[in-house]
Design a protein around this ligand. Structure first.
Ligand SMILES: NC(=O)C1=CN([C@@H]2O[C@H](COP(=O)(O)OP(=O)(O)OC[C@H]3O[C@@H](n4cnc5c(N)ncnc54)[C@H](O)[C@@H]3O)[C@@H](O)[C@H]2O)C=CC1
Ligand SMILES: O=C(CO)COP(=O)(O)O
Length: 335
């Protein structure tokens, strides 16, 4: 059993849930949030009704608004913030990170402008070596895990020892981490599945059925593996929990914010309307553009990502999505 002190930055759905998992794993766990009311409710009432209504959190879980003091006590520092705020939130705390602490990214995105994966952003913002940064990713819809439904995940790190240390800190009788050293593959899979969930959501919003959904999921996986392997990932990662597992969970679950976002677009709402109506993070809306730029820089063909980015930027209507893709030249399935 791990006795690492875990500090999670981010008190939204996944940050709160992951901190509950590490508390259940026996680690002294603290979640930091910027919203004093949310923090007070987690710390005092063991609830986070804004993000996880009806869930009772472990009584041992602590919460604070004092980021620097919390970070200074961390053995394992977990980043559970939206990709677009990760660098600017972590950067000012870099000096407080203890020398022996390891860092864990839960964010599923690729930074706009730099094309950096989130573990790269974490290492840069914290000023630490990449060898100290792990990633957790898999079919992990927060609410189901907060309900303690059995779930598997992947802990990826450049070295086996770090992956095993983080896995020990989040291993419970309902949450089972598998270790992996393919950080690139795990992170690209996690970012790409959000884009695919937007596409599947649009198909659902337009009234399409299971054939359309399965076609998008399967070709989405091919596209993800093509980009990932061009970046040096292990192709096998995409058949695993962080690849196919997360893709299926996200694209088929009404709990997914990305899929729901896509559904709203398919139903005729604009990006601005959907953003205005929800305070939840839908990473694919930003990542479709950063992933497309990354793919183009490598000369990798990512037609679904391209079409989703065109819808998000207003260049294409969801109704035109299928026709745009079907007009492309026929090709071999493995190509
Ligand atoms: N919710 C889920 O089921 C899962 C989410 N993830 C990933 O985890 C990351 C975080 O997502 P969620 O917790 O779901 O998002 P969320 O939307 O539920 O919560 C986001 C949290 O970040 C905080 N935040 C936003 N901007 C901030 C800023 N400028 N400074 C400080 N805090 C700020 C919000 O106050 C909120 O506490 C995302 O990259 C997401 O893709 C990964 C696996 C599962
Ligand atoms: O990453 C997730 C499940 O693994 C959560 O998906 P959404 O961000 O689309 O809700």
């Amino acid at each position: 059993m791990s006795t690492d002190r875990v500090v999670v930055l981010g008190s939204g759905s996944w940050g709160t849930t992951f901190a509950a998992v590490t508390a259940d794993a026996g680690c002294p766990s603290t979640v930091w949030g910027r919203d004093a009311a949310v923090v007070a409710e987690i710390d005092g009432d063991h609830r986070n009704s804004a993000y996880l209504p009806g869930i009772e959190l472990p009584s041992a879980l602590r919460a604070t608004t004092d980021a620097a003091s919390a970070v200074a006590r961390a053995d394992v520092l977990v980043l559970a913030l939206p990709s677009k705020v990760l660098r600017d939130t972590l950067g000012p705390l870099a000096g407080a990170i203890p020398d022996g602490a390891v860092l864990v990214s839960l964010a599923k995105g690729v930074e706009l402008g730099t094309g950096r994966r989130m573990s790269e952003v974490v290492a840069e913002a914290a000023g630490v070596d990449a060898a100290r940064v792990a990633v957790v990713s898999g079919p992990n819809l927060a609410r189901e895990i907060a309900e303690r439904q059995p779930t598997a995940t992947v802990v990826a790190a450049p070295g086996v020892a770090l992956a095993e240390r983080v896995a020990a800190a989040c291993s419970t009788d309902y949450f089972r981490p598998y270790t992996n050293t393919d950080v690139v593959g795990v992170e690209i899979a996690g970012a790409m599945k959000n884009v695919m969930a937007l596409a599947v959501g649009m198909a659902v919003g337009l009234g399409m059925g299971d054939n359309s959904k399965a076609s998008l999921i399967t070709r989405g996986l091919a596209e993800t593996a093509r980009l990932g392997t061009a970046l040096g990932a292990d192709p096998q990662t995409f058949a695993g929990l962080a690849g196919m597992g997360d893709l299926v969970a996200t694209c088929t679950s009404p709990l997914s914010r990305n899929r729901t976002f896509g559904e709203q677009l398919g139903a005729g709402h604009s990006v601005d309307e959907v953003v205005g109506a929800t305070r939840r993070t839908a990473e694919g809306v930003v990542s479709c553009r950063s992933l497309l730029a990354l793919a183009r820089s490598l000369g990798v063909d990512v037609p679904i990502t391209e079409a989703v980015a065109a819808v998000v930027t207003g260049a294409l209507r969801p109704q035109e999505l299928a026709a745009t893709m079907f007009r492309r030249a026929r090709k071999a399935e493995s190509g």
